[in-house]
Ligand binder design. Structure first.
Ligand code: MN
Length: 289
């Protein structure tokens, strides 16, 4: 990556995080009645220098339920109320792909603050739901350490096996193949929840669908090169038996639709005109092998 591109990445990430410093620095703080932030709350965001959110840190209107965490291999916003991340974001390139074995060391995330429930690896047992990776194990095989980070329970979402092993896995593979070709791939993924979602075990909420937004840049491009023509793949995949036999290509949705269903704003670091154009599209001209 050229120095100019690197500088651009950092600048975009810093801009993207400008508004989220307070919530990440003070996970325990309740919003004051009038929503005002005090000076002491404005600490640097833990995501400010992360390459994974160069296209923007997803935000919604209620930051009290967004604990931003930087796991190094990916970043996420954790909801203690849902007992899972609201979204996980990561970048995948050829440099992330190697020969590290799948570590399978599912475990609690000890970095969750005191007072948060720590979901454990056994909490999904015999529930009918897979521990569905958001940032996939197969996108982090450059080292054992990177791979192991994907097995933190703060990277998991309850998914029916038909989804996890079906269209969800199919799109993971598509992204990995593009990265292996040298492309620069940005992904953000999470759940879509009913107002009163079904829950199991220690109140783990079950999303009615999983969403995924995948941006594919060419080799040599950087986040500043996203244009109205850049392939952006939005999908909303049902988290029930109807996922069986479906392909991700049949489950496309515009980013606008994903924003309506999740109430998060994605790709907010893009130029407004580019953001509007790519978010309104339901499909793009890119071949989908
Ligand atoms: Mn947006």
């Amino acid at each position: 990556m050229e120095p100019t591109l690197r500088a651009g990445t950092l600048a975009l990430a810093a801009l993207a995080c400008f508004g989220c410093a307070a919530r990440s620095a003070t996970p325990h703080a309740s919003p004051s009645p009038n929503g005002a932030l005090t000076r002491t709350e404005l600490a640097p965001s833990p995501l400010a220098s992360s390459p994974h959110v160069a296209l923007g840190v997803p935000t919604d209107s209620d930051p009290s339920d967004d604990l931003l965490m930087d796991k190094g291999a990916y970043v996420l916003s954790y909801s203690d109320a849902l007992r899972q991340p609201s979204w996980v974001a990561w970048r995948v390139t050829r440099a992330d792909l190697g020969s590290a074995p799948r570590s399978n060391d599912f475990r609690q995330d000890a970095d969750l603050p005191t007072g948060f429930f720590r979901v454990g690896p056994g909490d999904y047992a015999r529930t009918g739901y897979d521990r569905g990776h958001l940032c996939p194990s197969a996108h982090r095989t450059a080292s054992r350490e990177e791979n192991s980070l994907t097995f933190l329970m703060t990277n998991m979402q309850p998914q029916v096996h038909a989804l996890n092993a079906g269209p969800w896995k199919g799109l993971e593979s598509h992204e990995r193949q593009r990265a292996a070709e040298g492309k620069l791939v940005y992904v953000v993924a999470g759940g879509i929840f009913a107002a009163s979602p079904a829950r199991f075990g220690p109140q783990i909420a079950v999303p009615e669908a999983s969403f995924r937004i995948t941006v594919v840049l060419e080799s040599g491009q950087g986040p500043a090169d996203v244009s109205a023509q850049t392939p952006v793949i939005g999908t909303i995949m049902p988290n029930d038996a109807s996922a069986r036999g479906r392909k991700w290509q049949e489950l496309r949705a515009s980013v606008d639709e994903i924003e309506r269903r999740t109430r998060y704003d994605f790709l907010s670091a893009l130029d407004d005109e580019v953001e509007r154009a790519v978010e309104a599209r339901e499909t793009d001209a890119s071949p989908s092998p």
